[in-house]
Design a protein. Structure first.
Length: 244
């Protein structure tokens, strides 16, 4: 009997993502798993149920989680969701464990085996399963689009016959390098002088490599150390020696 993989609809109203796509459903089904998608799971991501069905998934209900061997989610399941999961099943999601001890304990009490996708090792073989930098890249672009809508003025410098509109100065606050590195969107929305800040100084090279001006969160009374001087190469003179 084939094992069952269930992808539920995210119950958080602010979560439009879905834990699978028609392409990944096709790959999972090709491995011999029975894939069940809760009806409407991909609606907020503009993926209709028909696309999942054409990829080989069965369209079910939230109650199908009770017979699933593996549950794929975007966010950590709530206590109400865990009551419908079978003991011994595997739950794979972004668990967000720090500061949520009670929620993590509820996973253990429900008897499920939880895998936190954000703890995936940063190795070559696991790059296709990365959920940190990939989502930070998308969040960086989305943040600038949302900021442009709130700003309600032009971001780039606009030169017209009537005059020139100076470019907006954008200050980016982030805690991971991809979000800062990918934050300015391409094309006409790109501001002239983005200024990212970063929580961990060792990663500041990522910002400088993106040709952005960098601002540190920490204040220090010490002056920055000047760069080390490049030693000059001594050239041997070709003049004839005057010594006798």
């Amino acid at each position: 009997m084939a094992q069952t993989v269930f992808i539920p609809r995210e119950i958080d109203a602010n979560e439009p993502r879905v834990a699978a796509s028609p392409d990944t459903v096709k790959r999972i089904a090709a491995l011999g798993f029975e894939v069940i998608i809760e009806a409407g799971a991909g609606a907020s991501s503009r993926v209709p149920d028909a696309d999942f069905a054409n990829a080989g998934a069965a369209i079910g209900t939230a109650g199908d989680a009770g017979r699933a061997d593996v549950v794929l989610k975007v966010r950590r399941p709530t206590g109400a969701e865990l009551t419908g999961y079978r003991r011994g099943s595997i739950v794979i999601a972004i668990m967000d464990p720090y500061g949520n001890d009670a929620a993590i304990s509820s996973l253990a009490d429900a008897g499920v085996t939880a895998f936190a996708m954000e703890f995936m090792p940063r190795i070559t073989r696991a790059q296709s399963m990365d959920v940190l930098s990939s989502q930070a890249n998308l969040a960086g672009y989305q943040a600038v689009i949302d900021a442009a809508a709130e700003y309600d003025r032009a971001l780039p410098m606009m030169m017209t016959a009537a005059g020139t509109v100076p470019a907006a100065k954008v200050f980016v606050m982030a805690s991971v390098s991809p979000a800062c590195r990918r934050s300015p969107p391409p094309g006409a929305l790109a501001p002239s002088s983005p200024q990212p800040t970063f929580a961990r100084p060792p990663r500041n090279r990522s910002h400088r490599s993106a040709q952005n001006s960098w601002r540190s969160r920490t204040r220090s009374s010490r002056r920055p150390r000047p760069p080390a001087a490049t030693p000059r190469k001594c050239r041997r003179s070709t003049r004839p020696s005057r010594r006798r």
